[in-house]
Design a protein around this ligand. Sequence first.
Ligand SMILES: [Zn+2]
Length: 63
Amino acid sequence: MAKKMKACKRCNAITDENECPLCGSEVAKEWQGYLIVIEHEHSELARKMGISTNGKFALKVRE
Ligand SMILES: [Zn+2]
């Protein structure tokens, strides 16, 4: 990733914006792991993490 990306503290979505484009929550600069969800309906991991849309998500976000 060229730019320093951030991750949403609430839904874990990865973004370069200063607020989450999905839920409008605060974003954190410190996060770990990277998950690309392309078929959230069929993804066990997405379901466990409460992800209900396709996109890029962090596995862990520092509060
Ligand atoms: Zn969010």
